[in-house]
Design a protein around this ligand. Structure first.
Ligand code: ADP
Length: 233
């Protein structure tokens, strides 16, 4: 579904050049829950930003469902983001004055739809993430785990083939985090037509994904398929 070939992203800080990504090539298939691990500064966020067209590589190719997205113009880039990618963040990024279902509905409002039209789908998604009974609650009336469930439902609102999650359990206790990981895994595996890529510092979080990519100094090191390990164990 996504194929990166020789992706380089570099920054110049002072007189010095830093290669945040230094020739990364990889393929991600739908139906996979993939984690990206590595020390701080390894290039994990940069990789996530490039996968989500929030940033463009200096060289190399990024093909998404066969289409080159590495150097789209601003408009095409934001169209791509809006329709093809759902984002889940560490700090949830919910709008505090809106209810849970309104937060879920927001991506469709950007497409010119009205709240009333999209409410049924927002409610359906809240039901799917186990929050059907919290639809009218504001974020301040929800626990951290519930807020992250709202954010996951919002990421699904446009039915995107790719979900990118940046430390989605980083602000949750381990039990709540485990439940969110279970939800993400279920979403990735459900229809097999969606991939989830998650950046995490947590080995425990990475261990429940299907595949663990390790980045070090902008280079891809180990690429472990955990599902295969389980099958051969
Ligand atoms: P990680 O997410 O693994 O901590 P990042 O992708 O954030 O790593 O950063 C990789 C490297 O690129 C780091 O050395 C960082 O300092 C550098 N970097 C990232 N973003 C920028 C930027 N906007 N300007 C300059 N340097 C950056």
């Amino acid at each position: 579904m996504i194929e990166l070939t020789d992706v380089v992203r570099q920054y110049r800080i002072g007189g010095e050049e830093v290669r945040a990504l230094d020739g990364v090539s990889l393929r991600i298939e739908s139906g996979q829950f993939v984690s990206v691990v590595g020390p701080s500064g390894a290039g994990k966020s940069t990789l996530l930003h490039i996968l989500g067209a929030l940033d463009s590589p200096d060289s190399g190719s990024v093909r998404f469902q066969g289409q080159e997205i590495a150097n789209l113009g601003d408009d095409a880039q934001s169209q791509f983001r809006r329709h093809s990618v759902g984002f889940v963040f560490q700090f949830f990024n919910l709008l505090p004055t809106m209810s849970a279902w309104e937060n879920v509905a927001i991506p469709q409002l950007l497409d010119g739809r009205r709240l009333r039209q999209v409410k049924p789908k927002a409610l359906e998604l809240l039901e799917k993430v186990g929050l059907g009974n919290r639809a009218d609650h504001r974020p301040s009336e929800l626990s951290g785990g519930q807020m992250q469930r709202v954010a996951v439902a919002r990421a699904l609102m446009m039915d995107p083939p790719l979900i990118l999650a940046d430390e989605p359990t980083g602000n949750l206790d381990s039990k709540t985090g485990a439940a969110i990981l279970e939800l993400l895994a279920a979403i990735a595996h459900q229809d097999g037509d969606r991939a989830i890529v998650m950046v995490t510092h947590s080995d425990a979080a990475a261990a429940v994904t299907d595949r663990v990519l390790t980045l070090t100094d902008g280079r891809l090191g180990a690429d472990r398929l955990l599902v295969a390990e389980e099958l051969s164990a």
